[in-house]
Design a binder for this molecule. Structure first.
Ligand SMILES: Nc1nc2c(c(=O)[nH]1)N[C@H]1C(S)=C(S)[C@@H](COP(=O)(O)O)O[C@H]1N2
Ligand SMILES: [Mo]
Length: 252
């Protein structure tokens, strides 16, 4: 069968299945259409673009002079403020969960590891984009140091910030699978445009996962956990916004 006819068939089958599923759940027509669009985007993307393909990169001249900060821009949590007051000298990135050797790394230790620099476009689900240069350590480097146990399937990022700025508020979190975790462009960035990562953009450490939308790029990372499933974390959908209806796989 030629590829195009096969794809068309696959899309029609997926659409029918999703409409039937939505029908059973008794959701509105608009909601059905939205879910169908998201589902199709993800499915067709997985069929046609290899997951390990690189995201486009840009030149210094393309860097946005006014990169937009979004979501949390100044976390109010007491533990975060204490670390920030001391320029994050006492910050430790914890990597634990399903790993052989849990890690606790200072910023100096993170900066001492091989760094990767990339100029990429950030795509927010709200419809805006900005370009910046990011420098950091590849997530894969740290996962290999910690040694993933065989059961590990997802990497979860626990963040310092609660969007409602309450001390007991639900803190931001995100998760990705091992394909994205090991992708060469997936880095924990400690610098932006050649300078120490500023607070509005996620200081001291933020994720760049360039094949996915903005909300997957966890800022203010406190802890990284390897898990077999994220069903027991937060609302169980794999991320702060996923728990509120966004897609878990937000490919662009
Ligand atoms: N910890 C945390 N990470 C976050 C967010 C947030 O509110 N808190 N917002 C997300 C969203 S929706 C986007 S678009 C990007 C914004 O990154 P920027 O502030 O560097 O533009 O961060 C993502 N990561
Ligand atoms: Mo976003």
């Amino acid at each position: 069968m030629n590829r195009r006819r096969w794809l068309t068939g696959a899309i029609a089958t997926a659409a029918t299945a999703m409409l039937a599923a939505c029908d059973r759940a008794g959701t509105s027509l608009a909601e059905q259409a939205r879910r169908m669009g998201e589902g199709l985007t993800r499915r067709t993307q997985r069929l046609v673009i290899p997951r390990d393909a690189l995201a486009p990169t840009y030149d210094r001249a393309d860097i946005s002079p006014d990169f937009r900060p979004n979501g949390s821009v100044d976390p109010a949590a007491a533990d975060y403020k204490a670390l920030r007051a001391n320029d994050f000298a006492d910050y430790r990135l914890v990597i634990d969960g399903l790993v052989e050797r849990p890690l606790s790394l200072s910023l100096a230790e993170l900066r001492a590891r091989p760094a990767r620099t990339q100029i990429t476009k950030h795509d927010c689900v709200e419809g805006w984009t900005s370009i910046a240069e990011w420098t950091g350590v590849r997530l894969e480097t740290l996962l290999d140091e910690a040694g993933l146990k065989p059961g590990a399937r997802y990497i979860v990022f626990h963040c310092f910030d609660a969007l409602d700025q309450r001390e007991d508020g639900e803190r931001y979190y995100e998760s990705i699978d091992l394909v994205d975790a090991r992708h060469p462009q997936t880095i924990l960035a400690w610098a932006m445009n050649g300078e120490t990562l500023p607070v509005p953009y996620g200081a001291p450490l933020r994720l760049r996962v360039e094949r996915q939308l903005g909300y997957k790029h966890a800022k203010y990372i406190q802890r990284i956990e390897a898990v077999e499933s994220f069903a027991h974390i937060g609302g169980g959908k794999g991320g702060y916004w996923e728990d509120r209806g966004y897609e878990w796989y937000a490919g662009i």
